[in-house]
Write a protein that binds this ligand. Structure first.
Ligand code: GUN
Length: 282
């Protein structure tokens, strides 16, 4: 039996339509600033996709491209201007930043109400405290949304997360906990990873290591969510060996077309939420 494919692209399209309908029906003027520092090829593609998605939903995007040599101060000044610009409701600084710029300093400079990535201490802290009214990180929110819209039960399940990044691993662990999963976080120093992943009812892999997870590491009937994305000569690959794992799993996200489009859909959703909160629209 082959696994059910969790079609992130289709679910993201449905969410984008909902956003577009709401923006149109309430006539919301919504603006997202997207900032890219440097010329990292993958980041350029991500930024282009985010800008395109804005135009599909009626969100006005404002793109800012800074040289790889731009000083930290220049970026902080730009963020200050965007914080004070009433046309801008969301600010996204694409990561990673060049090594001479501190991501923490930059993220902390963004007004938490405009922090549509949900990366700042205030938004992360609210997530930690189990609050729901904040801007939450997009990739983990997208994963929860795929599972819920695919009617996958989370409560009481063993969820194993591979990876402990601030962008995915830590926040998805908190969100799965909020959904009453029993959560285990593993990482690059975990001993005998396979003995833990094979217990997962829901396996979420955000390790950033191409095809780390093979079929022997997946429990029969598990739900597998692959957050990895790696450009290879054979096309895009994930952190999971899809061909093998899809023979064991009950359901699996593909790469591409799984988590990636959901991240963008949740970014748009956060931008709409930020705009409604700032403009005091219900
Ligand atoms: N780089 C990789 N993922 C992300 C993300 O979700 N947001 C930003 N800003 N940068 C990223």
């Amino acid at each position: 039996m082959s696994a059910f494919i969790l079609d992130g692209k289709a679910i993201a399209a449905a969410i984008k339509q909902e956003i577009k309908d709401e923006i149109e029906s309430k006539n919301i003027k919504c603006g997202l600033a997207v900032v890219l520092v440097g010329d990292d090829e993958a980041s350029k593609v991500y930024v282009k996709n985010k800008i395109k998605a804005c135009s599909q939903t009626g969100i006005k995007s404002y793109a800012y491209y800074l040289q790889p040599t731009a000083e930290e101060n220049e970026l902080l000044q730009l963020i200050d201007a965007l914080n004070n610009d009433s046309n801008i409701h969301g600010i996204l600084v694409q990561l990673p930043l060049p090594s001479h710029i501190s991501p923490n300093k930059v993220i902390s400079a963004i007004n938490p109400k405009k922090d549509v990535d949900g990366f700042c201490a205030q938004n992360m802290g609210k997530l930690f405290l189990g609050e729901t009214d904040m801007l939450a990180p997009c990739t983990p929110s997208g994963i929860i949304e795929i599972l819920k819209r695919s009617n996958i039960e989370i409560s009481g399940k063993n969820a194993v997360i591979v990876g402990r990044s601030n962008i995915v691993g830590k926040p998805i662990a908190l969100m799965m906990l909020r959904e009453n999963a029993t959560v285990t976080i593993t990482h690059s120093k975990t001993k005998d990873l396979k003995s833990i992943t094979s217990l997962a009812d829901i396996l979420i892999v955000a390790a950033g290591k191409r095809e780390l997870i093979d079929a022997s590491m997946v429990k029969k009937g598990a739900v597998v969510v692959d957050v990895g994305i790696h450009r290879t000569e054979q096309g895009l690959k994930g952190d999971v060996k899809f061909d093998e794992a899809s023979k064991i799993a009950q359901a699996i996200t593909p790469v591409p077309g799984g988590v990636g489009p959901m991240t963008i859909a949740m970014l748009l959703k956060n931008t709409l939420k930020a705009a409604k909160d700032l403009l005091e629209i219900q």
